[in-house]
Design a protein around this ligand. Structure first.
Ligand code: UD1
Length: 387
């Protein structure tokens, strides 16, 4: 079975890595091609993840770079189409919700190549988020929808997706976290930054809604500044946020809080694991903090990952200085209480480090002459287009 994997941007790498590693354990069944669209291209936004996650080098690098949504999406499509024509995969595997995801899905759909979408079915119901548009388009066109949580199945069914296309496989990003946690904990970064475990605030911000408008960003930065008066605050800054912040603000802010360049996977997980609270607008971080039991404040009015609130450590917080400061102080107190013998963490269903095995099992079962080396039962009633 010829499988073409697509990666493009930072949050894709930790989702594709375990699926590729699992397929590599069955070389008799799978031939793999890794395509990197080049949506992200800086060393610390891309290359460092290949090193940290020991991923194979991309077989094709499309070098599309940055641009408006239309430009970036179109460039991915134009560059990707000849690769699909030439390599003729049996299946394409796309992950997440970045622009590369619907772009490659659309190309495959037009060429009759079936697509498996890993992390299907998540919905914020907020169409001002580019990722929500990407999720809707990808899930409409994909042939196999591999979901991380039960709410995702329900979303897809409500949209009229045929049940036979949906498989609840669990959270593949947690596979990467489980596989790398010991290595991450061994990194010296927490001590090197002069931090005490449990006693600092970790921040990431990059959503256009929070960082593109100077006034909105100012509100969040004011909160960080206030927190920085009482607590260490560590903030690896995404390039989008760095541009919006400008040099003068960055210089002034760095007197109060630790502004860092974006970090690699292992260093970041080390910082997250030992944080007292994380303040973020990232999707993946809501999940990783839930798995690790670290309180998470998500600066957004909604989330496509509600299970991190109902079963995890996540809480939505308004984009206002007062709300963020009050929630962070409260979360630090709660974290301290839990460290002293609290009820312990809960982990959502099938966030167990074995999602990639289930994904590969589902795909293996679709092979024309499948015999069942998979860990998941073959879906007998699977009716997938072009298979
Ligand atoms: C993208 C994804 C978002 C994901 C995020 C993770 C879309 C629509 N958005 O947002 O879902 O959460 O990645 O990081 O796909 N830049 C660099 N170096 C790079 C990449 C980008 O400097 O390697 C700068 C460029 O100026 C670019 C800007 O960052 O214009 C934004 O990059 P872009 O890929 O458009 O969106 P992200 O904000 O990174």
């Amino acid at each position: 079975m010829r499988i073409l994997h697509v990666v493009g941007a930072r949050p894709n790498f930790m989702k594709t890595a375990p699926v590729m590693a699992e397929m590599a354990r069955h070389p008799d069944r799978f031939e793999q091609l890794l395509v990197h669209t080049g949506q992200h291209y800086d060393y610390e936004m891309s290359e460092v993840f290949f090193r940290d996650l020991q991923m194979p080098r991309p077989d094709r690098f499309l070098e599309v770079g940055s641009g408006s949504h239309a430009e970036q999406t179109a460039r991915v499509m134009v560059a990707f189409e000849p690769v699909v024509r030439e390599w003729r995969p049996d299946w394409a595997v796309v992950v997440g919700d970045v622009n590369s995801t619907p772009a490659c899905t659309l190309v495959c759909a037009k060429l009759g190549v079936p697509v498996a979408h890993v992390e299907a079915g998540l919905r914020s119901r907020d169409r001002t988020m580019p990722e929500e548009i990407n999720r809707l388009v990808t899930d409409q066109l994909a042939d196999l929808l591999l979901t991380p949580s039960r709410d995702a199945d329900e979303n897809l069914l409500r949209e009229g997706v045929a049940p036979a296309k949906i498989r609840f496989v669990g959270n593949v990003m947690i596979d990467t976290l489980v596989a790398n946690l010991a290595k991450a904990k061994a990194r010296p970064i927490v001590a090197e930054l002069g931090l005490n475990p449990g006693d600092y605030v970790l921040v990431t911000l990059h959503r256009p809604a929070n960082v593109d408008d100077a006034g909105d960003l100012h509100e969040v930065l004011e909160a960080l500044r206030a927190l920085g008066e009482r607590l260490p605050v560590v903030f690896p800054v995404h390039p989008r946020t760095r541009q919006s912040m400008g040099d003068a603000t960055a210089a002034e802010l760095s007197a109060r809080i630790k502004l860092l360049d974006p970090l690699g996977y292992l260093d970041f997980i080390a910082l997250l694991d030992a944080a007292g609270v994380v303040i973020t607008d990232s999707g993946g971080l809501q999940e990783e903090s839930t798995y690790l039991g670290v309180p998470c404040l998500t600066v957004r009015p909604n989330t496509e990952r509600p299970v991190t609130i109902t079963e995890g450590t996540n809480r939505l917080v308004a984009r206002s200085r007062e709300a963020i400061v009050a929630a962070a102080r409260e979360a630090m107190k709660e974290a301290a209480r839990e460290a002293g013998g609290g009820p312990g963490r809960r982990v959502p269903e099938l966030w167990d480090g074995h999602a990639a095995e289930r994904i590969v099992g589902v795909l293996a079962a679709l092979m024309p002459d499948h015999r069942s080396a998979s860990t998941t039962q073959a879906p007998a009633t699977m009716r997938v287009r072009n298979v």
